[in-house]
Ligand binder design. Sequence first.
Ligand code: SAH
Ligand code: DHB
Ligand code: MG
Length: 220
Amino acid sequence: MHDFDKGLAMRADAYVEDLFVPPDEGLSRGLEDAEAAGLPPINVSPNEGKLLHLIARIARASRVLEIGTLGGYSTTWLARALPPQGRLVTLELEPRHAEVARANLARAGVADRVEIRIGPASASLRALIEQHEPPFDLVFIDADKEGYVEYLDLSLRLVRRGSVILADNTLRRVLDGDPSADARGIEAFNERIAAHPRLDSLILPIIRGHLDGLSISIVA
Ligand code: SAH
Ligand code: DHB
Ligand code: MG
């Protein structure tokens, strides 16, 4: 039995990526353009993108809500999981990020299925609730970490029984013993999904150079 070390974890991640995530021109050009535009390289990894895609397909999601677009990398993975009439709404604070994402989503061939809403996610979520938007089948939370609890509570008003709620980055800041508001936000989020009467949840460890986590919840 191997000791569990960082080298082994990274080799496992690379092995899986080589086998199951073939190089994709649309996705890699999108990352290059995001980098050239000065966006931070904090998109999900290729394997985590594939995981989001598979979860959306397993859930047969036709309406997806994403909170935190950046350059549209995770958006592309999720949008490609949609059936022909499916829709994805993604929320982004920074107009500059949304602009890069819009070009990347067009190149990836999914722009027709995706709506980007610019502004603070809490306001966009409240607007969706007031509009009586039909329920989303899957929500992916990946914006500012301090906002996670609020995004969860608002998302719960936009889903149905059986919907899936995912959240990125739910392990590293907590394991690091990071004293930041971000870490406290994640810790509060994790405790909330663990105790919530409408949710059955787990956090899946994710390797991305370092160890982080993706939380997975199903709505009762
Ligand atoms: N999901 C993306 C990465 C998102 S990074 C991917 O994996 O490809 C987090 C994004 O959340 C950044 O683009 C940031 O601008 C955005 N963000 C930060 N605070 C926000 C807020 N209050 N409302 C909406 N988006 C926010
Ligand atoms: C970082 C990573 C993320 O996936 C994210 O959503 C925000 C920040 C980071 O590595 O700093
Ligand atoms: Mg993230």
